[in-house]
Ligand binder design. Structure first.
Ligand code: PMP
Length: 308
């Protein structure tokens, strides 16, 4: 359970946390006709700063486009709303969850005339995968559930409905005693975690599956690729098979909630010495320097919540 902040943004105004309720027959509830984002805001010396806010809001717009949802708010308007919400809730380190859903009205799936409800929630959220022993890699399995094929669920959209697949992957992993799982794509190649992208390191080269196909185009993923390039670490986007996981020198997950999480074992096969590897450690430190505002923000990745 979380510490409930005061406000949630709904269709342009702040409502009380407890008031953010929807009708059970909203199409978003019935059919998962809803798209969303997950964004982190970090405490920095210059006050809270939201990481890659515009990229997340662009992906929200993309998700709406794919699902034919007319999102009535521009990226600029949503950017303002996110900044104001963090300030109104008095949060520093926090997570933001914009959601756009088809609301109540027609009961059918198309629900073209139903209102589009836009919400933004924010709350304090610690590390997503247990990193109480942060340098010990997490233990994961390869899921017996696959990611959806490209012409079934559009992986580039971040839609609530897709997370039924992710939930199967996650719950199956937990039932098996693992913290998380890596799912394969329909063609049997490595795809991603239930809510994370995956990277492998072998012989000093960073390898991650390409966006064409079955992964979400992760914003942490792209940040890590850019940070690696700046550090002179070679990066390749390339499909790789399950067994490549077992012979990697290092493996780690990336995601907004997850940040950078080292993987210590896959299917009980130890990766490296089971602890964070040197390349992962370098990337994690560089990533933290960026999000915490400890290095110059060359790429404009941080949006300050306090003006000036
Ligand atoms: N894949 C899936 C399925 C996810 O849910 C997430 C989390 N949004 C990611 C990858 C990582 O994406 P990002 O770095 O943009 O959070």
């Amino acid at each position: 359970s979380i510490n409930e902040p005061d406000y949630i943004w709904h269709n342009g105004r702040h409502i009380r946390w407890a008031e953010a309720q929807v009708h059970i027959l909203s199409v978003g509830v019935q059919f998962g006709s809803s798209v969303f984002e997950g964004i982190r805001c970090y405490r920095t010396d210059a006050g809270p700063a939201i990481f890659r806010l515009r990229e997340h809001l662009r992906r929200l717009h993309d998700s709406c486009r794919i699902y034919r949802i007319d999102l009535p708010y521009s990226i600029d308007a949503l950017e303002r709303a996110c900044i104001d919400l963090v300030a109104a809730n008095g949060l520093e380190d926090c997570y933001l969850r914009p959601m756009v859903m088809r609301g109540y009205g027609d009961m059918g799936m198309a629900a073209i005339g139903n209102p589009i409800e836009t919400y933004i929630a924010s709350w304090q959220w610690g590390s997503y995968l247990d990193q109480s022993e942060a340098d010990r890699g997490i233990h994961v399995c390869v899921s017996s559930w696959n990611r959806p094929a490209p012409n079934t669920f559009p992986a580039l959209a971040k839609s609530a409905g897709h997370y039924n697949n992710a939930t199967l992957i996650k719950l199956d992993a937990i039932a098996g005693g693992f913290a998380e799982a890596i799912a394969l794509s329909p063609d049997g190649m490595v795809s991603e975690g239930s809510g994370q992208n995956i990277f492998a390191v072998r012989d000093g080269v960073l390898i991650t599956p390409p966006v064409e196909g079955s992964i979400l185009s992760g914003i942490t993923r792209s940040a890590v690729m850019e940070i690696a390039a700046a550090l002179g670490i070679p990066v390749r986007e390339s499909a790789f098979p399950r067994e490549f996981l077992y012979i990697a020198d290092e493996l780690f997950f990336t995601g907004t909630a997850t940040e950078i999480a080292p993987i210590g074992a896959v299917d009980h096969i130890r990766i490296g010495d089971g602890r964070i590897g040197p390349v992962t450690e370098r990337l994690r430190a560089a990533f933290q320097d960026v999000v915490r505002g400890r290095v110059k923000d060359r790429k404009n990745w941080l949006t300050p919540v306090r003006a000036g």
